[in-house]
Design a protein around this ligand. Structure first.
Ligand SMILES: [Zn+2]
Length: 174
C-alpha cells in the first residue's frame, strides 16, 4: 500500500485526484499507476485500470497468474471491480472507503461473476489514503474560493473606475 500511496502522490503533483494503485505478484510490484483522468480526459483512466492493463501486458495475458494482488488507495468503483474480476485478480486491498452512494465492491467480489471470486480487504492504511484525498479537495476548494474573490475584486475595481469616469464627465459638463 505504501507503493500505491507513492503513486497517488505522483498523480497529485500532476494535478490529478490522488488515487494510486499497484499490482503485486509473489511479493513483488509488477505494475504501478495512478488516476490520470484529467490529463487524458478519459473516464476510464482510473489507477486500477492502468495497473491491471500494465500487469496484463507484462504477463502477456489477459488472465493474470494466480496469486496476483491489487492494492489501491481508494475503494474500487464497479468498473474497476469488473476489470479486476476479468483479469482474475485474487485479492484486492484498498485504503479509503468510498462513502458516496452505495458501495458495490463487496457485492461484486462475492457475486461469482465470470466464475471468479475476489477477496476484498478495505481500510488498509486508511487514514493516510483518505488524508491524501481530503487534503486535495480542501486545497481545491480553497483555490476556487480565492479565484472567486479575485474576480469579485476585479469587478469592484472596474465598477469604481467607471463611477469615477462618470463623475469627472459630469463635472466637465457643468
Ligand atoms: Zn474505478
Amino acid at each position: 500500500m505504501r507503493a500505491a500511496i507513492r503513486s497517488a502522490k505522483k498523480g497529485l503533483s500532476e494535478g490529478e485526484v490522488p488515487i494510486g494503485a499497484v499490482v503485486v505478484f509473489e511479493d513483488k510490484v509488477v505494475s504501478r499507476g495512478y488516476n490520470r483522468r484529467a490529463k487524458l480526459q478519459l473516464a476510464s483512466a482510473h489507477a486500477e485500470m492502468m495497473v491491471i492493463d500494465r500487469a496484463c501486458k507484462k504477463f502477456h495475458s489477459w488472465r493474470l497468474p494466480e496469486g496476483c494482488e491489487l492494492y489501491v488507495t481508494l475503494e474500487p468503483c464497479p468498473m474497476c471491480m469488473g476489470a479486476s474480476l476479468n483479469a482474475r485478480v485474487d485479492k484486492i486491498f484498498f485504503g479509503a472507503y468510498e462513502q458516496k452512494g452505495r458501495s458495490l465492491t463487496a457485492e461484486l467480489a462475492d457475486a461469482n461473476l465470470l466464475n471468479h471470486k475476489t477477496t476484498v480487504v478495505g481500510g488498509v492504511l486508511e487514514e493516510e489514503c483518505s488524508g491524501l484525498l481530503t487534503e486535495f479537495f480542501t486545497s481545491m476548494r480553497q483555490k476556487q474560493k480565492e479565484e472567486k474573490e479575485r474576480k469579485k475584486r476585479e469587478l469592484e475595481t472596474l465598477a469604481q473606475g467607471e463611477m469615477e469616469t462618470a463623475e469627472s464627465e459630469k463635472g466637465e459638463n457643468e
